[in-house]
Ligand binder design. Sequence first.
Ligand code: CMP
Length: 288
Amino acid sequence: SKSPSKDWVVGAPAHDLDMALFVSASSFHLSTKQLINDAIMNNDFLKKLEPQHMREMVDCMYEKVYGEGQLVIQEGQPGNHLYVLAEGLLEVIQHGKLLGEMRPGTAFGELAILYNCKRTATVKAVSQSHIWALDRQTFQTIMMQTTQARHQEYFSFLCSVSLLRGLPEEKLAKIVDCLEVDHFEKGEHIIREGEEGNTFFIIAKGEVKVTQSTEGFAEPQEIKTLGVGDYFGEKALISSIFFVSCILPSSNFNQMVGTYEELQAYLKEYVEELSRSDERRNALPYSP
Ligand code: CMP
């Protein structure tokens, strides 16, 4: 059978100097979970992970014990684990210089895992230390699985949006990559009449009321209600960048600009078609 612990013992390369004793995962108590969780939340780089990712990471961690003087991480080596110190004391050394100490409740070794770089410092046990580890492979699998599940969920949803129905699958998949979910409380304004629009919204849950200033009324009048799968802001879209609030790294963004343009062209056509049919409707002689 394949357990993370066995993988680590058998398969891990010697980079992370894992000569430490392996301690059974049964010692994984709730308080340890809490400690790992807090440590992750206190780490500037890891706290940005989604709660779902964090929970799964915590569940896949296992304990290792390092003796006094033993190296946990060696500067310049590839990184294969992410760690949380549960008990003991560690020191951080860079270019032979002591940078500081780490106390229980600290997550470390995240830089090489998150940024795919070499270990930026050496971490050494000052006294016997209990450290929880997560394999790089497991970390990446967790990130991918949840991302894939979310991708699938968004993709199915976008397929149900009438405006996007004509788009080829690969375009939809790219839109999914740029989607950002925003929550609005009841009564909160999403966009205001007269404001310059630069975001296209699709309602995933709930209802939206559309109001417009109307001659003869002091207050804007309700003109329609939109629900799940409906969208708004599409006219703003044609004169501006698609999904400006996307969360893609810039390298990816550049690769996708072509796609945005194609989407804009597609939507421009669509909006023009809407305007034409509006004009046609307005030009028709009145027939009750
Ligand atoms: P990583 O580069 O993967 O491996 C060494 C780890 O030491 C690094 O991730 C950080 O978690 C930690 N680290 C690096 N620089 C410092 C520092 N100046 N002070 C404390 N911890 C550090």
